[in-house]
Design a protein around this ligand. Structure first.
Ligand code: HEC
Ligand code: HEC
Ligand code: HEC
Length: 319
C-alpha cells in the first residue's frame, strides 16, 4: 500500500513538473530542432518524425532515452546530450501545444482555397525548375533554365560556364539545389551573407533573375571531388562526435554529400577543401550567419581547427 501511494505521489509530482514547464521557453530552445522537425514541429522530410501535438510526457521520455542511450539514434543522441531536464520539459510543452500535422495541413489547404493565384496550378513547363520555399505560404516560382543560361555569362569567370569552378576560392554551383542557390543569392543581396565580391554581383538582380540562375545551375552536372580522403574526417562525417555534441554531417548532407533539397540542406560535393574550410570557419566565428536557426553555427562552434581540416579534406574527396 505504501508503495502504491509512493508511486502515485511520484506520478503526480512528475505531472505537476510537466505543467510547470514553460512552452514559451521551449519555443526559444527549439531552434536547433526545427532544422529536422520543422519550425512548427512538422517535418519537411520523410526522414524525420513530426512531433507537433505529440503528448508531452511521451516527448520527455524519448528525449531522456536518447540522452541515456536507452533509445539509440545517431542524430538525436547529440541533440539530447546537451538538454537538461528543464530544457526537455520546456521543449515538450512547446511541441505538444502545437497543432498536429493533420491540423496544420487542413488549415493550410483551407487558406489556399481563398488565394488560388498564389501558386501555379499546373506542373512547371519543361526546362523550368520549381523553387520551393521552406515557408509554406510563399508562392512557388518556376525558374527558367534557358533564361538562367543567358544570365549566367556574368558568373562564368569565377564559377565556370557549367557551374564547375576551376579556382579553389570560388565554389562550384553545378547540381546544387535550386532552392539553396536562390536563398544564397537573396542572402548576399540583403547582406544576410557577407561577401564583397558576391554583393556586387547580386546588387542588380531581380527575384526572377535569381530564380532563373538557380534553375540553370541546378540542372548542370556536378563534377566528382578530386581531393584525397581523410580517416579522421570520414569518422566525423559519418558518426559526429557524441562527447563534443557534434551531429554527424551525414544526417543532413547525406552519404555522398548531395544534401537534401526539400529540407534546405545543400550539396557539399565537388567543393574545394579551401572553400569548405572557409565556410566552416566562418560559421564557427559567426561571420557567416545566414543559416536558419543557427543550424550550422551550432555545429561549427564545436569543431576544432583539426576537425575542420580533416572533415573538409574528406568532403573534398566525395564523388
Ligand atoms: C539532425 C536532425 C534532427 C535534429 C536537429 C533533431 N532531431 Fe529529433 N529526431 C530525429 C530523427 C531522425 C528521429 C527519429 C529517430 C529514430 O528513428 O528512432 C528523431 C526523433 C525525435 C523524437 C521522438 C519522436 C517519436 O515519435 O518517437 C523526439 C521527441 C525528438 N526527435 C525531439 C527533438 C527535439 C526536441 C530536438 C531539438 C532539441 C530534435 N529532436 C532535434 C532527427 C533530429
Ligand atoms: C568575381 C568572381 C565571382 C563572380 C563573377 C560571381 N561570383 Fe558567386 N561567388 C564568388 C565567391 C568568392 C563566392 C564565395 C563567397 C564566400 O566565400 O562566402 C561566391 C559564392 C556564390 C554562391 C554561394 C555558393 C554556396 O555554395 O554557398 C552563389 C550561389 C553564387 N556565388 C552565385 C553567383 C552567380 C549566380 C553569379 C553571376 C550572377 C556569380 N556568383 C558571380 C565569386 C564570384
Ligand atoms: C542538422 C542539419 C545539418 C548538419 C548535421 C550539418 N549541416 Fe552543414 N549545412 C546545413 C544547412 C541547412 C546549411 C546551409 C545554410 C544556409 O542556408 O546557408 C549547411 C551548410 C554547410 C556548408 C556550406 C555549404 C556551401 O556551399 O557554402 C558546409 C561546408 C557544411 N554545411 C558542412 C557541414 C559539416 C562538415 C557538417 C558536420 C560536421 C555539417 N555540415 C553538418 C545543415 C547541416
Amino acid at each position: 500500500m505504501k508503495k502504491i501511494i509512493f508511486s502515485l505521489f511520484v506520478a503526480l509530482s512528475s505531472v505537476s513538473a510537466v505543467q510547470a514547464a514553460d512552452a514559451n521557453a521551449g519555443k526559444e530552445k527549439s531552434g536547433a530542432c526545427s532544422a529536422c522537425h520543422g519550425p512548427t514541429g512538422v517535418s519537411g522530410s520523410p526522414m524525420f518524425p513530426n512531433i507537433a501535438g505529440q503528448n508531452d510526457a511521451y516527448i520527455i521520455k524519448q528525449l531522456k532515452d536518447f540522452k541515456s542511450g536507452a533509445r539509440t539514434d545517431a542524430m538525436m543522441a547529440p541533440m539530447a546530450a546537451n538538454l537538461s531536464d528543464a530544457d526537455m520539459a520546456d521543449l515538450a510543452a512547446h511541441f505538444s501545444s502545437l497543432p498536429s500535422a493533420n491540423e496544420q495541413a487542413a488549415a493550410a489547404s483551407s487558406s489556399a482555397d481563398t488565394s488560388t493565384d498564389a501558386a501555379p496550378a499546373s506542373a512547371p513547363a519543361a526546362g523550368s525548375v520549381e523553387i520551393v520555399s521552406s515557408t509554406p505560404a510563399a508562392a512557388i516560382y518556376a525558374g527558367n533554365v534557358a533564361a538562367g543560361k543567358n544570365k549566367s555569362a556574368a558568373c562564368a569567370a569565377c564559377h565556370g560556364a557549367d557551374g564547375n569552378s576551376l579556382v579553389p576560392t570560388y565554389p562550384s554551383l553545378a547540381g546544387q539545389s535550386a532552392n539553396y542557390i536562390a536563398k544564397q543569392l537573396a542572402d548576399f543581396k540583403s547582406g544576410n551573407r557577407n561577401d564583397p565580391i558576391m554583393a556586387g554581383m547580386v546588387a542588380a538582380l531581380t527575384q526572377e533573375d535569381m530564380d532563373d540562375l538557380a534553375a540553370y545551375f541546378a540542372v548542370q552536372n556536378t563534377k566528382a571531388g578530386t581531393g584525397e580522403s581523410n580517416e579522421a574526417g570520414h569518422k566525423l562525417y559519418l558518426g559526429g562526435d557524441a562527447a563534443k555534441g557534434i551531429t554527424a554531417c551525414i544526417a543532413c548532407h547525406g552519404v555522398t554529400g548531395k544534401g537534401m533539397k526539400q529540407a534546405g540542406f545543400p550539396s557539399i560535393t565537388g567543393q574545394s577543401q579551401d572553400y569548405l574550410k572557409k565556410q566552416l570557419a566562418s560559421f564557427r566565428d559567426g561571420t557567416r550567419g545566414n543559416d536558419n536557426s543557427g543550424i550550422m553555427r551550432n555545429i561549427a562552434i564545436k569543431l576544432s581547427d583539426a576537425d575542420i581540416e580533416a572533415v573538409s579534406q574528406y568532403i573534398s574527396s566525395l564523388k
